[in-house]
Design a protein around this ligand. Structure first.
Ligand SMILES: [Zn+2]
Ligand SMILES: [Zn+2]
Length: 135
C-alpha cells in the first residue's frame, strides 16, 4: 500500500495491511491529540521524498513526522525494528480496528463502538513485552 503525508513531501510504501491497532496511551494522545490508529507494518517500510524527522519518545521507540507539514507518520519499535504507520496516510486502504492497547489509559471523553477481540491494559502489555524490555 502507498501513502503520503498531508503536504506530499514524504511518500511511504508498505505491504498491504487491513488491521488497525488503536492505542489509547497518554503518550500517543499527547503526540497526536487523540488515540493513535496504528497499522502494524513490520520492517518492510520504505520512505521516499524528504527524510522524516524523528523524536525518541522512550528508550525503545521513536516517533516520526513530516518536518514540513507535521503529519504523524510512524511509531518505530526499535528492539524489533518494526513500524506502526498512521492509518490516515492511506486514504484508499480498507481497514478494520482489531485491537485496542492501553485501554486503562483511555480518558472518559470518548468511546469507540468497534468491538475488538484484543483489548490490552498497560499491565497486559508489560507482561507481553517483558522479554523485550528486561535485559
Ligand atoms: Zn508533509
Ligand atoms: Zn500509545
Amino acid at each position: 500500500m502507498k501513502g503520503q503525508c498531508l503536504c506530499g513531501a514524504i511518500q511511504v510504501n508498505a505491504g498491504d495491511r487491513s488491521d488497525i491497532g488503536l492505542c489509547h496511551c497518554s503518550m500517543c494522545r499527547n503526540w497526536g491529540g487523540g488515540p493513535f490508529l496504528a497499522v502494524h507494518c513490520g520492517k518492510e517500510v520504505e520512505f521516499t521524498g524528504i527524510k522524516p524527522k524523528t523524536y525518541q519518545s522512550s528508550d525503545w521507540a521513536k516517533r516520526g513526522f513530516c518536518p514540513e507539514c507535521g503529519t504523524h507518520l510512524f511509531y518505530h519499535l526499535l528492539p524489533k525494528d518494526e513500524y506502526m504507520l498512521a492509518a490516515g496516510l492511506f486514504p484508499s486502504q480498507s481497514f478494520t480496528i482489531t485491537s485496542q492497547m492501553y485501554t486503562d489509559e483511555k480518558p472518559n471523553y470518548y468511546d469507540f463502538k468497534n468491538e475488538t477481540k484484543i483489548n490490552m491494559t498497560s499491565d497486559d502489555i508489560k507482561a507481553l513485552f517483558k522479554s523485550l524490555f528486561e535485559k
